[in-house]
Structures are given as C-alpha cells and as structure tokens.
Design a protein around this ligand. Structure first.
Ligand code: ZN
Length: 304
C-alpha cells in the first residue's frame, strides 16, 4: 500500500456531467456550520511536511475554517464551504455504513483546497509529486484542486473524501482495490442520493467491466499498484467498485467485518470467510458469481 494515494483516474470522473449545485447540498445539511477563523484558533495545527509545503505557497493568502470532523485550508470560502458539506456528509455515510462510532475522537483531519493551476503546480513541485496527480490523500491530510469555473463536479470530491475517512477509520493498510473500490462505491451512491433529493434523474453510474478486460480476482485483490495500461486502469476502478458493491449487497454487516479484517492485514480469502461465513467457499466460487455481475451493465448485485 503506497503512503500516497494518487488518484490519477479520479479526476476523470469529473467529466461525468451531474449538476453539482453546492447551494442544494448546503441547504440539506444545516448542522455543519462552516466558520472562518485564524489558523492559531483552529483545534489542530500539526501538519505533515506535505501540509507545511502547501501552506508555504502564498502563505499570507490561506484562510482556515473548521467543522465537526475536519479543518479546511483554502483561498476563497465560497469554494471551500461546499467541500465542507460533502466532507461531513461522507464522513457520516461511511461511519454509519461501516458501523464506526468516532464520537470520542478528538483530532481532526486537514483538507487543503487549491484553486488555480499555478498554485497546484507549485504544490506538486514542492511535494515532488507526479504532474498528472489530480488529488492526493496522504497520512490523514487531503489535498485537492477545485476550479471555481468548473460547474459540474461529479463524485470526484466524494471519492477523495472517502479515502480520507477510510484512512481515519482503518489506517493506511487497506488494500488498493478496496480503497479505490470503496471510494467509488460510496461516492457514486452518495452523489446519487444528493441528486435524487433535488429531483434530478440519476443515470446508474456503476460501470460494468468489459468481458475482455476482466481482471482475475487473485490479481485484482493482490495488486499493490495501479496497472500501467490505461484501459486496465479503467477496468481496475470499475471492477473494484463492482466487487465492493457486490460484497456489500451480499451482506452489509459481513462486509464491515471483511473490511476490518483486510485493513488489519488478513489475506483476502481469510477475510472473506470471516465476513461471509461459507457464503463464498473459495475465491473461485466468488469469482464465478461475481464475474457475471461485474460484466453485466444492468445486472443487480445479490441481496442480503
Ligand atoms: Zn482514488
């Protein structure tokens, strides 16, 4: 598991056109007030070297705010406030779904919101990051770029926030496929819920895997890095999302047990038997059933 989760593919999902409508999101969650305050008055000022590097760029211009679970660093509040609403929303969705009680936690996670291409490039340079990086999650801090000119934001932010929340709940040993698959799964569902509440018709956004691109589960679940080939990257994300959806639908609480076991270093098959107790007696049995669902555009996952 890399220390940095570099979602080179994540930002491509922004091209999926959904009317984000930040005002609507704000109206639905009045319990997360976003209040600007001086850095000295925020509740946590411990930053990683990457966080310090970010704050070193146009250092006099950063603004700061805090909500229940996150601290934000940004340049303009109208850009960062909608980020805070989504961050708290996904925090609650994931905590509820994975049955995590974090009411006793005190330390908050940091989210850095960049806007201009110049600032983002300066950050990439200081952090020695690959130029294609669109959003980075590292050691409990999230760095992302939000272009205020770009109206349609899709599930990109939810995807990145999901990484941050998963890291906070489970630490940094979650396997790559599950980290990406879960971030896609929960952000697609979360985004659809927002949109439905606003009476938008949502197209199903879980994407089937082309049969020829199907990655055997033994390979997918053992991957430590993203595939080199772009087509395979696409399949990697889609299949990971489908596998997450499939297992979560098969048994939601079992999926939580399975997730926890994988995060603590269990092998895939060990975690499978702990979470699903004989429902999938082997990796081959799971693959036979899963492959049909993964490659079928309109297929429904199994029900509990
Ligand atoms: Zn990602």
């Amino acid at each position: 598991m890399p220390a940095l989760l570099r979602c080179r593919f994540c930002h491509l999902f922004a091209a999926l056109v959904w009317a984000a409508g930040a005002q609507g999101l704000l109206a639905q969650t009045p319990d997360t007030p976003f209040t600007e305050r001086p850095l000295a008055e925020t509740s946590d000022r411990n930053f990683t070297p990457l966080g310090q590097a970010a704050l070193g760029i146009r250092s006099a211009d950063w603004k700061h705010a805090e909500t229940a679970n996150f601290i934000y660093h940004y340049f303009q509040s109208f850009v960062a406030a909608p980020v805070s609403v989504e961050a708290e929303f996904y925090y609650r969705v994931i905590a509820r779904e994975l049955e995590k009680d974090t009411t006793q936690w005190e330390r908050k996670s940091h989210i850095f919101v960049f806007e201009t291409a110049e600032d983002w490039a300066a950050f990439q340079k200081r952090g020695a990051l690959d130029p294609w990086t669109g959003g980075i999650h590292s050691r409990g801090e999230l760095f992302l770029r939000r272009d205020p000119q770009f109206r349609f934001k899709g599930n990109t932010l939810g995807h990145e926030v999901a990484h941050l929340v998963v890291d906070r709940f489970f630490g940094s040993n979650v396997p790559l496929w599950l980290n990406e698959g879960y971030a896609e799964y929960v952000s697609i569902r979360g985004y659809a819920a927002f949109q439905r509440a606003r009476n938008y018709r949502m197209r199903p956004t879980s994407v089937a895997v082309a049969n020829a691109q199907f990655i055997p589960l033994a390979e997918l679940t053992a991957a430590l890095s993203y595939p080199q080939d772009v087509l395979r990257v696409e399949a990697f994300y889609s299949e990971s999302e489908r596998l997450t959806r499939f297992l979560s639908a098969a048994n939601k609480s079992g999926f939580g047990v399975f997730f926890e076991a994988l995060a603590k270093g269990a092998r895939f098959e060990t975690a499978l038997s702990r979470g699903f107790a004989g429902r999938f007696p082997s990796l081959e049995a799971l693959e036979r059933e899963f492959r049909k669902y993964a490659t079928n555009e309109s297929g429904a996952p199994p029900q509990d």
